[in-house]
Design a protein around this ligand. Structure first.
Ligand code: ZN
Ligand code: ZN
Length: 616
């Protein structure tokens, strides 16, 4: 990590620093230079040009594992080099590389065998991306929709035993299109998610799950292939696959049942109708996890005081051709991500451009300014997590981090500033920076939220995050450059620059633990259901339990004695291997309930009793 930022350019940097240090009042000169520079370069069109380039279809939606994201990284490095930022990555370059699992590929053998007839992977049989590998032969039980939902007074597993069996379930939920259905009418509840069904089957003792389209609304629909990108690969701990209606029909045949008949029986009164079938089925699944190398792109300007650092971040990755983060999941068009987050990267480059000009004019900032275009944000803050655990700059030197994620859709002059509770000086600094800017600012105190600033806040670094709000094109292919508010983007970037300048010119701000609120989670659709424990899971893609990076002050987890560094492996009897298991467990319990939580701490397992709360 030393090699990165302290590369060959240091000699030059030191010379420049020495010159600048002799200048008596560097701040005044710098701010004068910067405001003159700004007047001479009222260049919002160039900023929009950055967005347009990054959101170009040739970058394929900048999805990890695509050639497009590599081209985008190369383009960013060229831009940074062009501005004469020093390389801030590894080995004297601009890149900081890391390897991630990007998805799954179907291998061989992969087949299902029912009543002596074998069907290979294809139109009638497809493994699910979260399946384990292997072969399973077991008796089969039809378990309706595969749902256990105490909140809806509905349980497909009531009165049946599926231990060591395979379960056959339909997609979606009872009365899927029925606006009077107990399951909230025409919008699916989380119980309809296939992963939820898989975990539920596993928790009832089943060894495998077969999913068939409910014929009532989905007859003849082609079977989806396992996702080839995104993070849906984490194993659910059992064999899982989709089969055609015809194959399901063969399993029901001997009892004289049909899928359509069973479905209408269940839907008529929203009453389960599960039944053990007189067949044994063999399934074989072979999946290969695909890996890819992804890169943060980092450039920096050395400060007068080399022991002080400000980090400016914006993620440049997006959803590629769509994955489970997509809100248009059936689309295979590139998700161009102009607002999310070509806009934040453009604003960051704009600020870098200005600052580099001042530095080249012999007016360096006080702090090192480190500009990070993060990767893997959409997969779970992968790039920023990697950076804070393997920083190319000593992390203790980082006094604050400013993140921009979706800053291109300014409407009604409304700018959201998050993280203002993470340093006691922030409210005042923001107020002063906004006097000339004149935004209608809405603030939230929380330093946690679904973007890269969270990774820094986790390491107790004060963070700020700028955001111009969600919109209908969020996470869809229609998030295009022409919908960007050019002037708005420019103003937000300039505001970010002003904030950073004020941080640069003052002593270190004082970190404080912010009051939690879930504004950002709700905005991004990550809001919770059911019970609340007040944990902050580490968003790195881990299996073998859920690692906590912290717990909410005063929340149920903290009161129970849980703390950062704990790995949750069991939650009220549910085995927790990954974040999906954990979400399932929380969803299926109610506020007020007491639960036993098993965590791994310092190599040993320990139990804690927690009383679940309601989401604040
Ligand atoms: Zn984003
Ligand atoms: Zn996003």
């Amino acid at each position: 990590m030393r090699r990165g930022l302290a590369g060959g350019a240091v000699g030059l940097a030191v010379l420049l620093l020495a010159g600048a240090a002799r200048t008596p009042a560097p701040h005044r000169d710098r701010s004068q230079f910067l405001s003159e520079y700004e007047r001479a370069h009222p260049d919002s069109a160039a900023w929009l040009g950055f967005v347009r380039t990054l959101a170009d279809p040739r970058f394929e939606g900048r999805g990890p594992g695509t050639a497009g994201i590599d081209s985008a990284a190369a383009w960013l490095a060229r831009e940074m080099n062009h501005m004469k930022l020093l390389p801030g990555g590894e080995e004297g370059g601009y890149f900081q590389a890391m390897e991630v699992t990007t998805g799954v590929e179907v291998g061989t053998p992969c087949a299902v065998e029912v009543r002596g007839k074998r069907t290979e992977v294809g139109d009638s049989f497809q493994p699910l991306g979260f399946s384990t590998n292997g072969t399973l032969r077991a008796p089969i039980v039809f378990a309706g929709y595969g749902i256990t939902a105490p909140g809806y007074d509905y349980d497909d597993y009531a009165g049946i035993d599926v231990h060591d069996q395979l379960v056959l379930v339909m997609t979606n939920e009872p009365g899927e299109m029925d606006s009077l259905s107990r399951f909230d009418g025409s919008v699916n509840t989380p119980h309809a998610e296939l992963r939820t069904k898989a975990i539920n089957a596993r928790e009832h003792g089943a060894l495998g799950l077969l999913v068939v389209n409910g014929p009532r609304y989905h007859a003849g629909e082609p079977l989806a292939k396992p996702r080839t990108e995104g993070s849906g690969y984490m194993s659910s701990g059992l064999i899982a696959a989709r089969i055609s209606e015809a194959i399901a029909g063969r399993m029901l045949e001997r009892l004289g049942l049909t899928l359509a008949g069973l479905q209408s029986t269940i839907d008529a009164h929203t009453r389960p109708h599960s039944v053990a079938l007189p067949e044994s089925v063999t399934i074989t699944v072979t999946l290969r996890r695909t890996r890819a190398t992804i890169k943060n792109v980092i450039g920096w300007i050395p400060g007068v005081d080399s022991t002080r650092t400000l980090v400016i971040g914006a993620h440049y990755d997006h959803l590629g051709f769509g994955n489970e983060g997509s809100l248009a999941p059936d689309s295979h068009l590139p998700h161009l991500g102009a607002d999310d987050n070509a806009s934040g990267v453009a604003a960051m480059l704009g600020v870098a451009h200005e600052q580099a000009a001042a530095w080249r004019a012999g007016l360096p900032p006080q702090h090192n300014w480190v500009f990070c275009a993060f990767t893997g944000e959409e997969m779970g803050l992968v790039g920023s997590s990697h950076f804070v655990y393997q920083p190319t700059r000593p992390l203790e030197s980082v006094e604050a981090m400013l993140n921009m994620d979706m800053v291109g859709r300014l409407r009604d002059n409304k700018l959201l500033v998050m993280g203002v509770g993470t340093a006691s000086e922030f409210p005042g600094l923001i107020e002063r920076a906004n006097r000339p800017a004149g935004f209608a600012i809405k603030t939230s105190t929380d330093g946690f939220g679904p973007s890269d600033h969270s990774s820094f806040y986790r390491r107790k670094i004060p963070v700020l995050m700028l955001f111009t709000g969600a919109h209908a094109d969020y996470h869809k292919p229609s998030d295009t450059w022409d919908k960007i508010n050019e002037t708005g983007l420019f103003r937000v970037g300039r505001f970010a620059g002003a904030l950073l300048d004020s941080l640069d010119a003052r002593p270190r701000v004082t970190y404080q633990q912010a009051q939690g609120d879930s504004t950002m989670g709700r905005i991004a659709g990550g809001g919770g259901y059911g019970a609340y424990l007040g944990t902050i899971p580490d968003y790195l893609q881990t299996e073998g339990g859920v690692l906590l990076s912290g717990v909410r002050a005063g929340g149920p987890a903290e009161r129970a004695g849980l703390k950062g560094g704990d790995v949750i492996v069991k939650f009220d009897g549910v085995r927790i291997d990954n974040i999906y298991d954990y979400t399932f467990a929380l969803r299926s319990r109610k506020p007020g309930q007491q639960v036993r939580i098993t965590v791994k701490r310092a190599g040993a397992e320990q139990d804690f009793l927690a009383t679940l709360g309601r989401r604040p």
